[in-house]
Design a protein around this ligand. Structure first.
Ligand code: SF4
Length: 330
């Protein structure tokens, strides 16, 4: 089946193999950022609505789950605009948990709706929230993010701090730098203070990696990013690109270990199901299920220890030239 609102999994440095859910279906956002990679915002609004219903989204997710044996590392709510604008977001997060209970749910957000208690309550159902806040200098914020009327960088920063106090999951803050717009000393000083106050689990300082919605937005140099990383890192100790970040954040919390274990369990289940149909060698299983041989061997050892499979005595050599004994469930 082709999916309208589900994409990926794509590999993300922050979230691993991430399955994306587009909660808008079109370019609706509370900002019209110069650097936006999905293009110019068609509908600039802070009004929540059922842009894609929970029933539609979860119907697709059920279908995706039925068609895919290997789970993603993460389900990420995002899409072609600001996902918190979808008033079915809470129901969608609950549905993700029901359909894939083992998979953490992450939400990408531009942080603009965090002043709304209903949005915060729904967002707090997620495991990881990835808010962005590019500048605390109001003129820079207006120039770069081109928000809906009535939004200020200072107001968003306060809402983020309040949200952090009620949220039990992880917060990965993103700051995107555009040359000559928000890479100023004034912004760095304000964000340094803010990061120390917010104390997120991780900070990512990024820049444009491809052309944005407007040609005015240009990437900063690697040197500038490094400098910002080291300045902000002293406040939060989570430097992008150092062993303290990326997978290390997951390792610290034990989540990465859980993910590895879960992957192995999915592989073991697939192997057991396949062996119920016919006896096979480890090499055949690796080929047919697209799994690394060492993962197959470790799953077979575990199934054999538990008495769920056995080797087939006097089996002929595999015709396809793969090695090892035949295993069977029968
Ligand atoms: S907030 Fe995100 S989706 Fe909205 S315009 Fe900015 S970059 Fe694009």
């Amino acid at each position: 089946m082709t999916f309208t609102y589900i994409f990926g999994p794509v590999t993300s440095s922050r979230l691993g193999r991430s399955l994306g859910l587009d909660l808008l279906g079109r370019r609706v956002c509370s900002m019209d950022c110069l650097y936006c990679e999905v293009g110019i915002t068609d509908e600039l609004t802070a009004r929540r609505d059922v842009y894609v219903s929970a029933a539609t989204m979860l119907g697709e997710l059920e279908q995706w789950r039925a068609e895919n044996e290997i789970l993603p590392d993460c389900v990420t709510l995002g899409g072609a605009g600001e996902p918190t604008l979808n008033s079915d977001m809470g129901e969608i997060i609950r549905g993700c948990r029901r359909i894939m209970p083992e998979v953490p749910v992450a939400v990408l957000t531009n942080s603009t709706l965090l002043g709304d208690p209903a949005v915060c309550e729904e967002l707090a159902l997620a495991d990881i929230v990835l808010p962005s806040l590019d500048s605390l200098v109001e003129e820079e914020f207006t120039k770069l993010n081109r928000p809906c009327g009535g939004l200020s960088a200072a107001g968003i920063a306060e809402s983020l701090v309040r949200f952090k106090a009620m949220f039990h999951g992880k917060i990965f803050l993103e700051i995107l730098l555009a040359q000559g717009i928000n890479d100023s000393e004034a912004n760095l000083a304000l964000l340094r203070e803010f990061v120390a106050r917010l104390s997120p689990d991780r900070v990512d300082v990024t820049t444009l990696s491809r052309p944005g919605a407007y040609p005015l937005a240009k990437a900063v140099s690697a040197e500038v990013r490094r400098q910002w990383c080291s300045e902000l890192g002293s406040a939060c100790n989570r430097l992008p690109g150092t062993p303290e970040t990326s997978d290390a954040v997951f390792l610290r919390t034990g989540q990465r270990a859980d993910l590895v274990e879960r992957d192995q369990k999915a592989a073991t289940d697939m192997i057991e199901r396949s062996l119920r149909r016919r006896p096979q060698t480890p090499g055949q299983l690796a080929l047919s299920l697209s799994l690394p041989l060492d993962k197959v061997e470790s799953a077979l050892a575990s199934l054999e220890r538990r008495g769920m499979i056995h080797t087939v005595e006097n089996a002929p050599a595999a015709e396809d030239g793969t090695h090892g004994p035949f295993y069977s469930c029968q």
